[in-house]
Design a protein around this ligand. Structure first.
Ligand code: ADP
Length: 519
């Protein structure tokens, strides 16, 4: 009997002992840097001559590891291996599959500082944010293990019929394409993979090109904990080659993906096509972007709002799909709130996150993202007033740093108020009143997260109905959803309305089989 699910406590690195452990872990990660790592297909390690490097975005010359530049043929091998392994994995008792997840959770708990240190290097994440991600990965494992035990057999929910015995089992689908993003490579990588495997599916798992080492850790831990060969196949390479083939392979049964809107839409369309040799309709579970809004009305507690706005906008440099990248403020309090936001944003410390726990804003992930954010800085200076930042930061090592940037008086239809930027940039929009603000909030194609700061009970009840997002937060920041507490996933162009870390999630990775037996 398992204990009830509880969220993993997150370290804030205020304890000097934790700081010491983090620094020791950083030394260990650095000492191991530079390895060349293989594909893992059917339990075999496959090294390729063609490789690509994963680097530190604060110092792009610092290569952390080299990965095989896989291609279509490797995906085909991986799908074949996964299909073969499915024959036995699907029949492995659910208790055994759940126990495997719990072992991986224990391992991650044990090695949390090492994972956090690697996160600070490979994806530029601040220490406490990194521990938040590691805790989330642990939570997914603990939560889905329990959820699957509950879901496997729901016969007791059926209506009785005289002379027959009824069974309702949630059985796996088959081979899944597991495609996580770089911004939460550990948490989302673990979440997608553990949901896939605990439900009895097998996987072809491809981490993002910017974060393969964190992706490798997830694969390594599952294997270390006893996952049989071929149940998870690790393939690295370009998303548009390896990922695309995983999606289009006729023997792929489902795709679970988190990433950009464009790629998500492409996957959705491709998954809808039935290919020769494909005897099923593919399922896609997609989590895409957001242009998440924070609404502040004239009744709000303004200091609390300013705090939430800055955390939502600049946590992990704004590179979260839940980031609050537009703030809609009613006219009555706009001028009073703006200085409070600026004051807090000025206290953020930009730097390489491995330097210390006081660095709050690190670099953006790579040259593409750096160029994209820079182009939005130019667009933003035409569209609004630069209140803070507005420029990249030059460093000797060529890191991809951008100043935390705030644009004021941004028109609601401006590009920086409508398009996902994925950087430390926030647009402040002035609304006439609450009704106007609510209309603006709902004026994008997305619907992922949102926050409202207000003390008016009527309005708080109104936003529950009319603020159209998958995750609505009242009088708190719009980031940091916790597994089991706030199931996460959005509406419209934010994805397929699936709720990761929620009680329905695993039904997406299964199909129900109803069996009636005449007595
Ligand atoms: P971002 O723009 O945030 O990097 P992407 O959507 O490009 O997000 O990437 C998310 C994941 O999707 C990554 O693992 C990436 O390799 C993968 N990917 C990229 N292009 C494709 C594609 N055409 N088909 C399938 N997966 C892809």
């Amino acid at each position: 009997m398992l204990t009830e699910f509880r969220n993993e406590p997150v370290l804030d690195y205020s304890d000097p002992e934790d700081v010491r452990k983090f620094r020791a872990a950083l030394d260990k990660v650095r000492a191991e840097a530079g390895q060349t790592l293989p594909l893992i297909i059917g339990g075999e390690k496959i090294y390729l001559d063609e490789t690509f490097a994963t680097v530190c975005p604060a110092r792009p010359d610092e290569a952390l590891a080299h990965f095989a530049d896989g291609g279509v043929e490797h995906v085909d091998m991986a799908v074949a291996a996964a299909e073969e392994a499915f024959a036995s994995w699907r029949l492995t008792p659910v208790g055994e599959r759940a126990r495997l997840l719990l072992r991986v959770a224990a391992l991650m708990r044990d090695r949390r500082h090492e994972l956090n240190a690697l996160m600070s290097l490979e994806i530029g994440k601040a220490w406490s944010e990194a521990d938040g991600e590691t805790s989330e990965a642990i939570d997914f494992l603990e939560y889905y293990a329990r959820q699957m035990l509950d879901l496997a057999d729901r016969s007791d929910e059926l209506t009785e019929w005289p002379g027959e015995q009824q069974t309702l089992n949630y059985i796996p689908l088959g081979v899944g394409a597991v495609i996580p993003p770089w911004n939460f490579p550990l948490a989302i990588g673990t979440g997608l993979l553990s949901a896939t495997l605990v439900a009895g599916n097998t996987a072809v798992y491809k981490p993002a090109e910017q974060s393969p080492l964190l992706g490798w850790k997830v694969a390594e831990y599952f294997l270390e904990c006893g996952l049989p060969a071929g149940v998870m196949n690790f393939v690295t390479g370009p998303g548009e080659v390896v990922g695309a083939r995983m999606v289009e392979h006729p023997r792929t049964r489902f795709i679970c993906f988190t990433g950009s809107r464009d790629v998500g839409v492409e996957i959705y369309e491709k998954a809808g096509r039935v290919l020769p040799g494909q005897p099923w309709l593919k399922r896609s579970i997609l989590e895409m972007g957001g242009k998440d809004a924070v609404l502040v009305d004239e009744t709000a507690r303004l200091d609390q709002a300013a705090e939430g706005i800055v955390t939502s906008a600049f946590g992990y440099q704004g590179q979260k799909c839940s980031a609050g990248s537009r703030v809609i403020i009613v006219d009555d309090v706009y001028d009073e709130l703006v200085p409070r936001i600026l004051e807090r944003a000025k206290s953020l410390r930009v730097g390489a996150p491995d330097e210390g726990p006081d660095v709050t804003v690190g670099p953006v992930i790579d040259p593409n993202q750096f160029d994209k954010v820079k182009s939005y800085l130019e667009t933003g200076s035409d569209e609004g007033e630069v209140l803070l930042g507005g420029s990249p930061i030059e460093t000797e090592e060529g890191g991809y740093f951008i100043q935390p940037t705030i644009f004021g008086e941004v028109p609601e239809t401006a590009r920086i108020a409508q398009e996902e930027i994925f950087g430390p940039v926030v647009a402040l929009v002035r609304a006439r009143d609450f009704e106007d603000a609510l209309r603006i909030v709902n004026s994008t194609d997305y619907g992922l997260t949102g926050a409202v700061y207000s003390e008016d009970p009527g309005r708080l009840s109104r936003v529950r109905d009319d603020f159209h997002v998958g995750n609505l937060y009242i009088n708190r920041k719009c980031t940091g959803a916790m597994v089991g507490v706030q199931p996460f996933g959005g509406f419209n162009m934010s994805g397929t309305d699936s709720k990761a870390g929620g009680p329905d999630y695993l039904t997406l990775f299964t199909q129900a089989k109803a069996i009636a037996q005449r007595l």
